[in-house]
Design a protein around this ligand. Sequence first.
Ligand SMILES: [Mn+2]
Length: 338
Amino acid sequence: MAVYDRLIELLKDKEVIIQTHNFPDPDAIGTAFGLQYFLRQFGIESDLVYSGKIDNNNTKRMVDMLEILIYNSEEYKDFKEDKCVVTVDGQKNNSNFSDLIGDEVACIDHHSWTTAYKYLYVDHREWGACSSIVTDYFIESGIPVPKNVATALLYGIKMDTFSFSRGVTDDDIRAFAFLHNSADIQQMRTLENNSVELADLRAYGLAFKNTVVYDRIGFAHINLDCPDSLIGMVSDFILSLSAVDVSVIYADRNGGYKFSVRSEIEGVNAGKLVAAALSGIGSGGGHPTMAGGVITKENVSLLGTDHDFMIRKRFLDVGMVMLEEAARQRALMEQSMA
Ligand SMILES: [Mn+2]
């Protein structure tokens, strides 16, 4: 019996909504779009819904180009209490998951499991991308993947794994190999080669101007309110500098700050770093390699007069302890091998 059999059974003859996390990214949309097509093969129709905005230009382009019909929750007219909701690329009660009308019965996700909510169906695999999990449904079932679905899934996988260089598993590679022949490579190229918009350059410019590196941690304050996706892209870029192992990028947000944190070294868990660094003044969390956080307007005064100084100090205090601990562990390992 395949994993998804229970999902099919659960959703049979039901009206279904597939909900992505708020401000969906290509992986969330790829997963939702792939799952919608997959369920349709079993006679199950569904609508795709998200809250917030699609604020990344490339994600917008993906939706237009692949003709993905996905509704903003404010425009969606067909909510019903007894509709079944499948949450993808996130979990009910996560801060980036609005509680919409409907009955959340199922979840497909690749993030650390944090919700106490009891779903009837959970497919949780900590792979590099959620789209890889849905791709696995196609691999297992032998159902052919149409071109636009394959392109959406492939693009989702590539974006979430930063082109197979971040948090990637053998299963993501297997999904990639499977989709590669079915996807529209020309469309993939268009999506990948046009990732930076002219308007984004301003944020990059501010980040470059303000970048400082202490002990291999790169900091940059983008003193501008910009979308999460853009802060993430800048954070990826700063991480690509050879002098940087961990990047901490933050932008102005409603009188407070929004953070994007990346780590490419094993000893520093980005999610734990941001959670600890903002503890008591904000909140944060995420994956070992990529994470986010917020300091709200109400708490900004806790940063004193020099916000940048205090933010760096907080991240360095925690980050240095993590780096030292990692070095200690490495030394112990080497000792036991000798
Ligand atoms: Mn994802």
